[in-house]
Design a protein around this ligand. Structure first.
Ligand code: HEM
Length: 443
């Protein structure tokens, strides 16, 4: 008889609360304090129940590394978010496993590889400058709202070549579709999910029309659609038009709010640490203004890169990831039963005092060549996750943040309205707790 050693072990500490209702219906307001409290109470893993489902949470470096390095062996993509399944269907990359997952990664890598990113540089730069011109004409702008519109315009311009999407029908359909993700999973015409699905159909329709038009053109173009149509032609139509539309919607839904979060947190944290902003300005002034923007020029912005890393460490846009347990396994003497859900916490690693000195301090120098705290151990710097499901948009995200901030440093000074609450809520996606108003002026 085959005895599974894990089955004889105790379950992790914690409290499952009542079935169906569970213990944690909501997470507390201050997520960082909550994580610390849970760690002090239970250590690296604990069980709980959320919305009726049994969960084990992994926190701290060793525990999170266990989850990230055992993908497809002990853990797989979860099926707990009904709405995202209903809206995105089976084609969502975060749901795919095995060969299908690898094939999808390969396909999406075509639009995110260095050569493709190189073609996006000017678009990102021009769009950023367009926004700054608009902002300097207003007294104060609502920072998060504006940055959200910027990222929406940016992704739709890069995907399909559409201008000013935030003011277009497509932008509205997308917003409506996304607003169905965190609502009751009932798809009737009068429910939020029902409306989201209607908007999704309209979005798909518009995309299809754009694709049909583009196919008739002699040159497919160098945006994401152009690249995918070229791959389709080269592989003798192996990818269908519907699949292309699905991939575009998938890319649109992943990464936009994370980018908005990173840009907003960057401005908040550097405004709170003017010494750091000063250093960035000095680095910028040393750059050759006549040299066109390129990967080589962006590589010279070493301080900027360190500040971006520190922003993503202290205010990681994504709070964590979820998985389902594929087979019984154990961690530090506790049983992790098959079929349960698992959550891993990104900030518990990025702010683990075993890895980061004085983790609560904003100190970009921790990433310089001498300190290199992110190199201390494998998988200790994980704002983009890690392992098989590491974010495929990572290089693109760095590119956008670097270009946006460097263009901002070139063109504008900014001042936050006085006496504003600059708290960043870090759960579920880091964003300002309140409206933040900023005044931009031309340099
Ligand atoms: C600062 C910006 C971003 C951050 C912090 C971020 C973070 C993450 C994290 C933590 C994961 C892993 C989640 C898990 O383990 O379950 C992830 C996955 C993913 N991200 Fe990002 N992301 C960002 C931007 C983007 C962008 C711009 C794109 C698209 C162009 C993108 C596309 C994806 C995709 C497709 C996955 C799923 C990978 C898979 O399941 O194989 N992300 N991201």
């Amino acid at each position: 008889m085959n005895i599974n050693p894990a089955s004889s072990l105790p379950l992790p500490p914690g409290n499952l609360g009542l079935p169906f209702i569970g213990k944690n219906k909501i997470f507390p307001k201050n997520y960082q304090d909550y994580i610390k409290e849970m760690y002090e109470k239970y250590g690296p893993i604990y069980k709980t129940r959320i919305r009726g489902k049994k969960f084990i949470y992994f926190q701290g470096y060793e525990a999170v590394k266990f989850v990230l390095t055992n993908e497809n062996k002990y853990f797989t993509s979860p099926i707990i978010f009904k709405n995202s399944q209903i809206i995105f269907g089976k084609t969502d990359i975060t749901r795919l496993v095995g060969k299908e997952h690898r094939d999808r990664q390969k396909l999406l890598a075509q639009v995110l590889k260095k050569q493709a990113l190189n073609n996006y540089i000017n678009t990102i730069h021009n769009l950023s400058q367009g926004y700054f011109l608009k902002w300097i004409k207003s007294d104060f702008v609502d920072l998060y709202f504006e940055i959200n519109n910027y990222t929406l315009d940016l992704v739709l311009k890069l995907l399909l070549g559409i201008d000013s999407a935030s003011e277009s029908e497509i932008g509205n359909y997308l917003k409506d579709m996304m607003s169905g993700l965190n609502t009751i999973p009932l798809a009737f015409p009068w429910t939020k999910l029902g409306c989201a699905l209607k908007s999704k159909d309209k979005l798909f329709n518009q995309f299809e029309q754009i694709i049909v038009k583009r196919q008739k053109e002699s040159d497919f173009g160098s945006d994401v659609l152009g690249i995918l149509l070229t791959v389709r032609e080269q592989t003798h139509n192996q990818i269908t038009i519907t699949e292309i539309v699905e991939q575009m919607v998938n890319l649109l839904s992943l990464g936009k709010k994370e980018l908005s979060s990173a840009l907003t947190s960057f401005l908040i944290l550097t405004t709170e640490h003017l010494d750091v902003l000063n250093l960035l300005q000095i680095e910028h002034e040393k750059l050759d203004k006549s040299e066109p923007l390129s990967f080589a020029k962006l590589k010279k912005m070493v301080d900027l890169e360190q500040v971006i890393k520190e922003v993503l460490r202290l205010a990681p846009p994504v709070s964590g990831g979820l998985r389902e347990v594929l087979q019984d396994c154990s961690f530090q003497g506790f049983r992790i039963p098959k079929g349960w859900n698992v959550g891993y916490r990104i900030s518990s690693v990025l702010q683990d005092p075993e890895i980061y000195e004085q983790p609560e301090r904003f100190n970009p120098e921790r990433f310089n060549l001498v300190n290199a705290e992110d190199q201390k151990k494998p998988l200790c710097y994980i704002p983009f996750g890690g392992g098989v499901r590491e974010c495929i948009g990572k290089e693109f995200a760095y590119l956008v943040i670097k270009i946006f901030i460097s263009a901002l440093l070139d063109n504008c000074s900014w001042k936050f309205k006085e006496n504003q609450d600059l708290t960043i809520n870090t759960f579920p996606v880091a964003r300002p707790a309140n409206k933040i108003e900023v005044c931009f002026t031309q340099k």
